[in-house]
Design a protein around this ligand. Structure first.
Ligand code: CO8
Length: 259
């Protein structure tokens, strides 16, 4: 496994775990961290032994946003011409296996955007989400103004992006931003349990579920349903569909081969 300086990686069964690790800066996302995160995601995505990826931070912060010290040195042409700041933000969208964000503490600015780019968010009861960019004289730059309204409604997204207020875990769950809230000291345990359940499913089918749900955000309902129908038909060409249904009929647990 490659060694990184700003993240930690590990595996547990079919789950790959990436821990953001710049504790002194509350995991602020600088270019090095984004490079390392991109490399780790691509490497887990290419690994046949991995079915699901978890991104987490510390108890105090998932990530407190893009690194403000780094950004404070840039002018328009720096950020427009080059890859600064924006580098590697799109990598996570290319990942075909499910990515779960396990969020404790602050998920602000780019940290909230990173969590929203994941396929679902499990929040610790101390999680705080926000898009406070406006206080720095910028707007969200990694999808915050696009994904937040889709997740929590226009009214809450406007409120959060315009006033910079934070949303706590319970409000985030009520609003649909996170799939579950768990006790802070159980965050990793509960997230790993969910990731391991996914790891027991057939990997190609897991990937098709992700592809199909993501298609719903990019298409009309009738196009989306057509796309889903074609993928559904194709599941019958897999060995794992034969195994899953045989196991049910024979009243035994399925043993998927990821084929
Ligand atoms: N960047 C750099 N350093 C940070 C950041 C950050 N975003 N957040 C915290 N830190 C550092 C602090 O400077 C401090 O360092 P030091 O000890 O050397 O002074 C250390 O982390 C601890 O922070 P605090 O002492 O401030 O801790 P508190 O518990 O008092 O406060 C807060 C925690 C409320 C999270 C506070 O740190 C804060 O407000 N942080 C900034 C949050 C913010 O504004 N985030 C948005 C940044 S803008 C952004 O993310 C744009 C994304 C664009 C994406 C680009 C894609 C194209």
């Amino acid at each position: 496994m490659m060694s990184y300086e700003t993240i930690l990686t590990s595996t547990d069964g079919r789950v790959g775990v990436i821990t953001l690790n710049r504790p002194k800066a509350l995991n602020a996302l600088n270019d090095q961290l984004m490079d390392e995160l991109g490399a780790a995601l691509l490497s887990f995505d290419a690994d046949n032994n991995i079915s699901c990826i978890v991104i987490t931070g510390s108890e105090k912060a998932f990530a407190a946003g893009a690194d403000i010290g780094m950004m404070s040195k840039y002018n328009f042409t720096d950020v427009y011409k080059s890859d600064y700041i924006t580098k590697n933000w799109e990598t996570i969208r290319k990942i075909r296996k499910p990515v779960i964000a396990a969020v404790a503490g602050y998920a602000l600015g780019g940290g909230c955007e990173l969590a929203m780019m994941c396929d679902f968010i499990i929040a610790a009861d101390n999680a705080k989400f926000g898009q406070p960019e406006i206080k720095l004289g910028i707007i969200p730059g990694a999808g915050g103004s696009q994904r937040l309204p889709r997740a929590v409604s226009k009214s809450k997204a406007m409120d959060m992006c315009l006033t910079a207020r934070m949303m706590d875990a319970n409000e985030a769950e009520r609003a649909g931003l996170v799939s579950r809230v768990v006790a802070a000291d159980k965050l990793l345990e509960e997230t790993m349990a969910a990731a391991k359940i996914i790891g027991e499913m057939s990997l190609p089918i897991v990937m098709m579920v992700k592809e199909s749900i993501n298609a719903s955000f990019e298409s009309s309902l009738s196009e989306g349903i057509h796309f889903e129908r074609r993928l559904f038909h194709s599941t019958f060409a897999t060995e794992d569909q034969k195994e899953g249904m045989a196991a049910f009929v024979e009243k035994r647990p399925a043993k998927f081969k990821h084929q």
